[in-house]
Design a binder for this molecule. Structure first.
Ligand SMILES: *Cc1c(COP(=O)(O)O)cnc(C)c1O
Length: 398
């Protein structure tokens, strides 16, 4: 049953969509979204089961394919992203793997920006070749490199922007145009930008993926992911892969993520304000060699950031003088916690070279600008005075 009082959700502003979008109420008219903790569904008759399996009657069949609470999350994400269809997954990596592998066959070729989240890079560089799919990694900021990597069998382009951890920005529209010239599709991992600050589908991407574990939950409670695209792409390219391999999101986690979406704009706005203040403080310190923050005018691609994103980021990257300074800084923090997660209500700091990017060779890390002095900071919801004091204390300690 849909809300009988709902007018036209497509006229709603994003914050309203994030509170009401996709809500389907049971006969009890509950205020908060119902949690349908069920694997399966029963049918009125054998004929009705037959009709549902034949696709002639609407209705749920099995929670690996679809579940009412998970559907609410998918619909709310569609309303936010401006996408026609979505499939929610059990983690961000399940979303990335399904979105990429469902559209590639042995003999195909994928081109990806080399600055990728560690596991995404493993999927492209290690997993895809195991199935006879060729992979080329390029400097995502260099359009000529994307062009040079194209082969007759290139089917998919994949990128993340801003990148983890050095917050490089890739020109999504230019890469999408290049992909479409050769009939390939572009998949964008939009985690760092959040669905609020960057709209890859509007910029020409074919598929957008999220780790909902990050800002969408934003409170460290559960893993989740989602893939968004056109109805045609979801139905023709991804649904069978999804249905038969089973990376489905649990209804409990879908419910948690629905609650997360209600407060997403408030949290991300405050975390971005905190990140901007932290970046400014770090930039003033003589102990900091460089600060990378997409919201600052000294970001190497400030002009592209302005064109493609509506605001900076909840993350800041900066470089200290080597590993011992970076470790000393982290260990002196009292409010900010050491953790490899991001987008959380708690401010978190990580040393990429020894954690999230430790599986890359030193050479690969150097190519990405991840020196031993690079520190990644994810700003949370603490009072900014306490955060700045914590940063000051840690800088003074090194
Ligand atoms: C965290 C992250 C992922 C993976 O998400 P999980 O939910 O941890 O599986 C993928 N891409 C980016 C950019 C991420 O930050």
């Amino acid at each position: 049953m849909t809300n009988p009082r709902a007018k036209n959700p497509s006229d709603w502003k994003p914050a309203t969509r994030l509170v009401h979008g996709g809500t389907t109420r049971s006969g009890f008219g509950e205020t908060s979204e119902a949690m349908y903790l069920t694997q399966g569904f029963v049918y009125d008759s054998a004929e009705s089961a037959e009709a549902r399996f034949a696709g002639e009657a609407e209705g749920y069949i099995y929670s690996r394919y679809a579940n009412p609470t998970v559907s609410m999350f998918e619909k709310r994400m569609c309303a936010l992203e401006g996408a026609e269809a979505a499939l929610a997954t059990s983690s961000g990596m399940a979303a990335v793997t399904a979105a990429i592998m469902c559209q590639l066959r042995a003999g195909d070729h994928i081109v990806a920006a080399r600055a990728l989240f560690g596991s995404c890079r493993w999927v492209v560089e290690k997993l895809a070749p195991q199935y006879g799919i060729q992979a080329t990694l390029v400097d995502g900021t260099d359009l000529a490199a994307w062009k040079a990597a194209i082969q007759p069998n290139t089917k998919v382009f994949f990128l993340e922007s801003p990148t983890n951890p050095t917050l490089e920005v890739v020109d999504i529209k230019a890469v999408a145009d290049l992909a479409h010239e050769i009939g390939a599709s572009l998949v964008v991992d939009n985690v760092f930008a959040t669905p609020l600050y960057q709209k890859p589908l509007e910029l020409g991407a074919d598929v957008v993926v999220y780790s909902a574990t990050k800002h969408i939950d934003g409170q460290g409670r559960c893993l989740g992911g989602v893939v968004l695209s056109t109805q045609e792409w979801i139905t023709e390219k991804m649904f069978d892969f999804f249905r038969h391999t089973g990376p489905s999101l649990s209804p409990f986690n879908a419910w948690t993520l629905l609650k997360g979406l209600e407060t997403l704009p408030l949290r991300v706005a405050q975390q971005t304000r905190n990140a901007a203040s932290a970046a400014d403080l770090l930039a003033q310190s003589s102990k900091v060699k460089r600060v990378i923050y997409p919201g600052r005018s000294d970001h190497p691609q400030a002009e592209l950031v302005k064109r493609q994103m509506s605001a900076g980021s909840t993350l800041v990257a900066f470089e200290l003088d080597g590993k011992s300074q970076a470790f000393g800084f982290e260990n002196a923090l009292e409010v900010i916690q050491i953790s490899n997660n991001l987008g959380d209500a708690k401010s978190l700091v990580t040393h990429p070279a020894t954690t999230t990017h430790k599986n890359l060779s030193k050479e690969d890390r150097d190519a990405l600008g991840i020196s031993d002095g690079v520190v990644r900071l994810s700003l949370g919801l603490e009072d900014i005075d306490d955060l700045l004091a914590d940063l000051d204390r840690a800088l003074a300690a090194i």
